[in-house]
Design a protein around this ligand. Structure first.
Ligand SMILES: O=C(O)CCC(=O)C(=O)O
Length: 277
C-alpha cells in the first residue's frame, strides 16, 4: 500500500527512522540552550484542560515568536519552582521553525516538502512549531483533541508532523489515536473571543471517543504524521525519562485561514512554505 493510501485509511502515518539520531540530538541540544537562556518575566502555564489558562497575552502573542511555557505541576503552593527551570518547561512555541536557525534548517528540509506533497498538500504553509518536553515526573497530559479545532481552515487542511526526538513509549507519554477516526466530525472550534481572550464554539456536543485508541509508540527519529481531524492524546509522564518531541503544523495555502483563529501572525510576515525565498 502506498503511503498516501495508508494515511487516508488510518489518519496517521508512523515513519520510523525518518530523522537521523544526530539530527534529533541537535534539536535537543538547541532546545536546552533556549531554556537555559530563558529569563522569565512572564510565567505562562500550558495546559489543555483549562481554556482560561491559555488565554493570556503571552500565549496569544506567541504565534510568530519563540516563547516558553511552564508545566502546570512545576510550581509549589508558594509559587516557587519544584525543580530547576530546565526541568519545568512544558513547551516552546510557536515560531521556532522560522526564527531559530537550527529549527528553521530542520523544518525546511526538502524531505519534509516531499512528504507533504506525497500526502496531497498542494501549497503547504508552515504555520506552527512546538518543542514539547514531556518532562520526567511532571510532564502534563494532553487531552484528546483534533488539531483542526485550533488551526481551522475551510476546508480542513492542517496536518501535523510530529518527530520523536527520544523514544516515546506508553510509560513516558506517547501519542494515542484510533486508526480511521479522522472521519469524526469536528467537535469544537477554538477562537479569539470578541471581548478578548479565547473561547470554544461547540459544534457537536459529543465527547471525542477514547475507545479503540492505540499507543503510537515511536522510537527516536520516528515521524508521526497526524491528519487534522484525527483525535489524539497523550498521557502525563510519571516516569523518570523525558519524552521530547518537535511538532510542526502545516496548512494548505489554498484553504481559508480564519481571522479569529487563536494563532495570528504579523500581517507583514505571513506564514511561508518550505522554500525560503
Ligand atoms: O506531544 C504531545 O503529547 C501532543 C502533541 C500534539 O497534540 C500535536 O502535536 O498535535
Amino acid at each position: 500500500m502506498t503511503l498516501r493510501r495508508s494515511y487516508e485509511r488510518d489518519g496517521f502515518l508512523r515513519l520510523e527512522g525518518f530523522v537521523a539520531p544526530t539530527a534529533c540530538d541537535e534539536l535537543i541540544q538547541r532546545a536546552g540552550e533556549l531554556v537555559r537562556g530563558f529569563r522569565p518575566d512572564t510565567v505562562s502555564i500550558f495546559t489543555t484542560r483549562e481554556q482560561t489558562r491559555t488565554s493570556d497575552d503571552y500565549f496569544l502573542g506567541s504565534g510568530d515568536k519563540i516563547r516558553l511555557f511552564f508545566e502546570e505541576d512545576a510550581f509549589a503552593a508558594d509559587g516557587a519552582l519544584h525543580r530547576p527551570v530546565e526541568q519545568s518547561i512544558n513547551k516552546i512555541g510557536h515560531a521556532l521553525h522560522e526564527l531559530d536557525p537550527v529549527f528553521s534548517r530542520f523544518s525546511h528540509a526538502p524531505r519534509l516538502a516531499e512528504l507533504t506533497a506525497t500526502l496531497g498538500l498542494d501549497r503547504p504553509l508552515l504555520l506552527q512549531s512546538m518543542y514539547i518536553f514531556k518532562q520526567p515526573f511532571i510532564g502534563g497530559e494532553v487531552t484528546a483533541h483534533q488539531d483542526h479545532t485550533f488551526l481551522w481552515t475551510d476546508p480542513p487542511s492542517v496536518t501535523g508532523l510530529w518527530f520523536a526526538l527520544e523514544d516515546a513509549t506508553v510509560d513516558n507519554g506517547c501519542l494515542w489515536a484510533r486508526p480511521g477516526s479522522h472521519a469524526e466530525p469536528p467537535r469544537k472550534r477554538f477562537h479569539r473571543a470578541p471581548g478578548g481572550g479565547t473561547a470554544f464554539e461547540i459544534l457537536d456536543e459529543r465527547e471525542l471517543p477514547l475507545d479503540g485508541m492505540v499507543p503510537l509508540e515511536a522510537a527516536k527519529g520516528t515521524c508521526i504524521v497526524l491528519h487534522g481531524l484525527l483525535p489524539h492524546r497523550s498521557s502525563a509522564n510519571h516516569s523518570s525519562r523525558s519524552r521530547q518531541a518537535y511538532s510542526l503544523h502545516v496548512i494548505d495555502a489554498g484553504a481559508h485561514y480564519r481571522k479569529d483563529n487563536w494563532l495570528q501572525r504579523d500581517p507583514d510576515r505571513p506564514a511561508r512554505g518550505f522554500v525560503v525565498p
